[in-house]
Every structure is written in C-alpha cells, then in structure tokens.
Ligand binder design. Structure first.
Ligand code: MOS
Length: 732
C-alpha cells in the first residue's frame, strides 16, 4: 500500500482499541523475567561457550603483534581469535568505524580479540593475558581545539542554509543575542549491554542479539563476515533500551560469530559495561553559536545557528541546527554545520540526534533574548510562531500546535507564579521556573507485516519490528485488533525476527507510526482475503466483535478462516506528503528547580511536558516514552558528560559510576499531557512519534529554570555545581 493522499475515515478512527490506555501486552513476560533478552537464551542443549572481548589500548595506529599464548594456556580457554587472524573485513554499510579485523586502530577500545572459554569467568580472566604490541600514531581528540580545522561536511546533510540577508538584519536589529553553547559527548548508557549469541550450522548463522534494526544488522553482519545475507538469521525479540546505540551492527555480534566458528560451538558475547562508552557509538559533543536579532515588539528579524562537531573520518556531523530551520519565524536566517576530524570513538545517532543538543542551545538563547526584550519567554515564542516552513514558505506544516502546548502548559504549571531571577527563596533553596519548546521531525520509513487469521479466530502479526521498551508489541496488537474487529487479547504479536517481513525498525521516533501503518496495510489485505473467502462485497464489510458483517449477514471471523487460515501481507510505502507538507511534532517542557544557595546543588522539583504529536496510539506507552525522555533530559542538563582524555583519546568515565544518569531520587514529579490531535498527512494511523520529542528541549527548560532561580546563566552543559557557585548570591 502506498500512502500518498491524506487519510480519510478508516477503521482505526473507531478508536475502540487504538488510542486506549492498554497495559503492555508483554508486561507480564518482562516483570516475571520470562522475556528472553539477547544474553539469556539459556538453552544448555546447545552447549554454549563464552566470549570475552579485548579492546585496543591505543586510540590510533596499528596493532603490530598479538601474543595469545598465555591466554590459550589459561584454564578453560577454547580459542582466541584476533583482529590479525581474521584479516581485513568489509566494514558494515552503516558503520563509520570498523568493528574488527585487520591491523588498523581507529579508536580506543576497538575490538582486537575475543577469548572463548568454557565459562564467562575463564574467558574474562584469560582476556587479561592477551598481550598486544602497537605502533601508535598521533590523533586529534579536542573539539574546541579543532574548530579552526573543521570543514563543511558532505552535502547530503545540507550543511548550510540561508534566506534573506542575515548579516545586515542582525546588524540592524535593536535587540540581539550572540552566544556560544557547549554540549558534551553523551553515552546511550542503556540498561542492557550490547550482547549476542552466535550459532553456526554449516554455513548458516543464527544470531540472537539486541538490535533496533533487524534488517540493517543482518545486511551488515553478512557483509562484515563476507557471507550471503540469506545465510544469516537474526533474532532480537526483547531489547533493554537502545536510544540509537543499537541502530547499527556492533562488535559483540561479529566477535560471537568468529568465536563460534573457532570454537565449533555457539558462543555468547556481551560487551562488558566498561567497553560500552568507547567500543560503541555516542552522541558527539557540539559547540554552537546562536545569533538572534529582534524588533522591540519581539518579532525575530534575524536568526542564525552554527554548530561544530567532530567525528572519525567518513563520519557525519551532529545535525544540531535542524530545528532552527523550522521552529521560529524570521525573514533573515542562516544555519551552518562544520565537522572536525576527531579520533575518538564513533559519533552517531542518540535519541533525537540533532534536535536534542540543538534545542539544548537554541532554547537557552530564546530565553536570553526574551529577557533582553523584557518579554515573557512564552509570549516571545508565540509572537514568533509560524504555520509554514520559514525557509520554504510554500510548504505548510501538516499540523502544528506549539502555541497550544505552551498555553496549556503555562496554565497547568502555574507559570503566572514565575518571578524575576533570584526572587523566590524557600530556606536555603532558590526556586525557579523554566520553559522550552520541544520540536522533532516526524519521519516515516517503509514497513512490512504479515497477519494471519487462525481457525480459532485469533490473529498473529509477524514483522521484524523491534520493541526497545517503547511498547511496539502493544500498539501493534491494538492496530491489528482494531482492523480485524477483535479484542486485543485475541492478537499475538511476533517481533524482531529476520524471517518476518522487513519493518521500519525502531529509530528516529518513526517506529510507532511506520510499523503500525505496515500492520494496517497487511490487515487491509487480510480483510480483503476474508471478504473474498466469504463472498462479501468488501466495500460495505464491517469487522466487529469477532464477526464479519456485510448487509444483514454476520459470520464469525473464525469461520471465515477455515481449517487452513488466511494470511494478509503487505508493506506500507510513502509518497510525497512529507515533501509537500512539513511533518513535525511539537511540545513544551516546564520545569521547577530548587538550587541550594550555599552549594549550588540543583534539585528538580516538578516537570511537565505538553505534546502535540498526532494521534496518540496508547496514552500509557506514550506517556512512558515521554517521562523516560524527560528523565534523560534531566541527566543531560545536570550530570551526563563523557569526559574526554584529550592526550590519549578516550572517554575516561566508562561506567555508570562515572557517567551519571538520573536515578529515582533525582526525578520527583513528572506530568505529561497530550493534545488531542490526528494528523491525516502522517499515515492512515494519523499518528506521529513521541519518543524523541519527549527529550527535545528538556535540558534547556532545566537550564532556564536554574537561571530563573539563581540569575546565573550557564551555557556549558552539564550544569554542575562548580559552574553555578561563583555566581550565587551572598548567603543572607
Ligand atoms: Mo534513534 S537515535 O534513531 O534510535
């Protein structure tokens, strides 16, 4: 099915199941520990061995020799496979840095060997005995120092845009802001480490792994191993968080495949936590310059956003200027991205790549200029709202209610109680309120599914879509139940298996809308098959309460299935509606903080998100996405930072003790409101995504709240105590 005209009324609009607050269909499996994650296929009949990785101790250069003799002699060791043994391997299409193979070292903790042993402990112990000799070469590791060497990236990212005459308009503006903002390297730091089990049967490879994108991994694993894609079977039914860190094939799968081949047995490899920061990908640091010029009435006349980031050769920029092209009006505008070469581990997508760090900067700048104008920052955003893409005014937004989010949130949060900076105090706590706009584009990806109707009237959905904790199982069950007129408990959902039709996968907050649209398309096919089987005219057919009705005939769905059942399979493909209409999601984040006047310690007291993101397929799972994202934004504002060793080129704090993510005590109260929307341009589901939107703007809202509490403006994330201390008022 191709979606190329706006949706009209369809069975999803009944909203009997879709849109209902249904608890996760996989919740019981997860809470009882029966959901099998990648490392947990404890099928002892397969006689697993354990692989433990060895990572490069240098950031750049070559491995000259690897001495495995001590490791091979250690108790329980079955084999050691080194990067020199396997020779040069083809790099995955989606990987910037190679994962394994050959002598070249591109970053610290790049895998150089895997030790395979009878037990995990034996493998780990022997891994410490692998000795490598390196020839190190100098690298560049310091973004701030490399700004002058940064270059215009590949045109595919559209590095520069310009409309009107930014320079003149900015120079002429009566009120201006011109500031630089820093966002640090961040780690996905998901709960479940990257892990894979590989089992060979002849030349066929089965891998249980933890992947957001089954088909990308399958293609890239086959390519890396130099085997036919058809020989690879990949499974990833449950995933303990990804945030973009599991979009692309990682070393655990490659090492498990080589280890299993060497040992002649299935092998499990999990990346140890201390490997994850440097062996995998991360969100790259940015330095951003934002210039805004406005008239005294608050209208933006000039808006400019430049961003510098770094990556390994062949990588791309952190696209932090993207939202500035679309979020606010203004006749004269420019954006630019510049990319430096850094020999740190690979930078790549992390939840809302581009917009998340971009809004961390832009939404502070907006707060700053509103203050200079003496305007309420909400009013300033309303004055500068736009119904069209400001760079291409012929393109309207399909739907846009940023103003509604701001106004609804202001009322709900008690924004009228906000006072000027430093004016509200409770004992030792300086109290402040902050706001930021949220913005994230709505992407769509082709997505396929297969839906079976069985003789007992139950429905089974098969698609290689993944559920990374987002609720895919549940919203897919709801979609099929709505389409086929059955209760949600009559639907079984099978995900994350490369034998199923290729889906959108989970990324870019496109998964919910794209994958359910694929299921919608497959259900349309199944409905047609049911109609044909019963000899019904499919135009007046109604699927309801487990029955199929046409005219005055009603037949149980089970009867239509017959002994052999019926199958519908299709793929949703997308026409030009994302080109004719700018499709985006909007929100507003409100935060109240207390800052200790003596220590500079920040405590978040309340958070509110109001989202306008099309139809909400399930308010429970969507709310979970947003509160999780708000929590991530709290980490981004206050604590999360990969500390770069600019001498040796690696991230120093490579564990969860040094890389501090929020814990329960950091997050006292969160509320989420979804505005009632349905976007006919987005899909037959009329839905969009919220999983990334929920993060966009949060950290800036916290930064703005801290400013409102203290009068100290910090433009360098994370906002730690040391950055606040010297600006705090004298103790009374
Ligand atoms: Mo997302 S960063 O595309 O998982």
């Amino acid at each position: 099915m191709k979606f190329d005209t706006p949706a009209t009324t369809n069975p999803i609009d009944q909203m009997k199941v879709v849109g209902q607050p249904i608890h996760r269909v996989d919740g019981e499996l997860k809470t009882t520990g029966r959901a099998k994650y990648a490392y947990e296929w404890h099928d002892q009949s397969l006689n697993y061995a354990y692989g433990y990785p060895v990572g490069s101790a240098i950031a750049k250069g070559h491995v000259v020799a690897i001495d495995t003799s001590a490791a091979l002699a250690a108790p329980g060791v079955l084999d050691v496979v080194t990067t020199l043994d396997v020779g040069d391997l083809k790099k995955g299409k989606f990987n910037t840095a190679k994962l394994f193979g050959g002598s070249e070292i591109q970053h610290y903790h790049q895998a150089i060997a895997v030790v395979v042993a009878e037990t995990f402990e034996q493998a780990r112990s022997a891994a410490a005995l692998v000795k490598a000799d390196y020839a190190a070469t100098p690298g560049t590791y310091d973004l701030a120092a490399e700004i002058g060497n940064a270059e215009k990236p590949d045109e595919s990212t559209e590095p520069d845009t310009a409309v009107g005459d930014f320079a003149s308009a900015f120079a002429a503006a009566p009120v201006t802001v011109d500031e630089r903002y820093h966002t640090p390297d961040q780690s996905h730091a998901m709960m479940e480490p990257h892990a894979s089990i590989a089992a060979w049967k002849g030349d066929e490879l089965t891998v249980w792994t933890s992947s957001q994108m089954i088909d990308w991994w399958r293609s890239d694993l086959a390519r890396t191993l130099g085997i036919d894609k058809d020989k690879v079977h990949l499974m990833s039914p449950f995933i303990g968080g990804g945030f973009g860190g599991k979009l692309f094939l990682r070393a655990d799968a490659v090492l498990a495949a080589f280890g299993a081949k060497a040992a002649g047995r299935p092998v499990k490899v999990a990346l140890p936590r201390p490997f994850m920061m440097n062996n995998t990908t991360h969100r790259p640091a940015t330095i951003q310059r934002i210039r805004i010029g406005a008239e005294r009435d608050g209208r933006i006349t000039a808006i400019g956003h430049e961003s510098w980031s770094g990556d390994l050769p062949g990588g791309g920029p952190e696209t932090a200027v993207m939202q500035t092209r679309l979020l606010y009006a203004g006749a004269n505008r420019m954006t630019a991205m510049r990319l430096a070469t850094l020999d740190l581990p690979e930078g790549n997508a992390m939840r809302a790549p581009g917009e998340a760090p971009g809004l961390m900067a832009l939404e502070i700048a907006i707060d700053e200029i509103a203050e200079k104008l003496g305007m309420d920052p909400i009013q300033f955003r309303i004055v500068n709202d736009t119904d069209v893409d400001p760079e291409h005014p012929e393109r309207p937004f399909s739907q846009r209610d940023l103003v509604g989010c701001l106004e609804r949130g202001a009322e709900r949060f008690g924004w009228d109680r906000r006072q000027p900076p430093g004016m509200r105090r409770e004992g030792n706590w300086l109290i402040g309120l902050g706001v930021a706009a949220a913005f994230r584009n709505n992407l769509v990806e082709p997505s396929g599914a297969r839906v079976r109707l069985a003789q007992d009237g139950t429905i089974t959905v098969e698609t290689d879509m993944t559920d990374i904790g987002t609720g895919s199982y549940t919203i897919i069950a709801q979609t099929a139940a709505e389409m086929m007129g059955v209760a949600v408990d009559k639907v079984s959902v099978q995900l994350g298996d490369s034998r199923f039709p290729v889906s959108s996968g989970s990324g870019g907050q496109f998964g919910a809308n794209s994958a359910t649209s694929g299921v919608y398309a497959a259900c349309v096919k199944l409905r047609e098959a049911v109609a044909a089987r019963l000899g019904f005219n499919s135009s007046d057919i109604v699927f309801e309460n487990g029955q199929v009705r046409s005219g005055n005939r009603a037949v149980p769905l089970a009867e239509a299935a017959g002994a052999e059942g019926l199958v519908g399979e299709d793929q949703m493909e997308w026409g030009d509606l994302t080109k004719t209409h700018q499709q985006s999601t909007f929100g507003a984040h409100f935060v109240e903080v207390g800052v200790d006047v003596a220590t500079g310690e920040t405590r978040i007291r309340r958070m509110l998100a109001v989202c306008a993101a099309g139809r909400i397929l399930n308010p429970i799972t969507a709310r979970s996405q947003v509160i999780g994202a708000m929590t991530m934004g709290a980490g981004g504002a206050l604590s999360e930072e990969l500390a770069v060793d600019i001498r040796h080129g690696f991230f120093v704090n490579h564990d969860l003790a040094g890389y501090e993510v929020p814990v329960h005590a950091d997050i006292p109260h969160q509320e989420v409101i979804f505005l009632d929307e349905a976007d006919p341009y987005s899909s037959p589901m009329k839905a969009k995504g919220v999983g990334e939107l929920g993060l966009c703007g949060v950290s800036a809202a916290i930064a703005n709240a801290i400013y409102n509490a203290t009068g100290v403006r910090v433009r360098h994330y994370p906002i730690t105590m040391d950055k606040l201390l010297k600006g705090l008022p004298e103790l009374a």
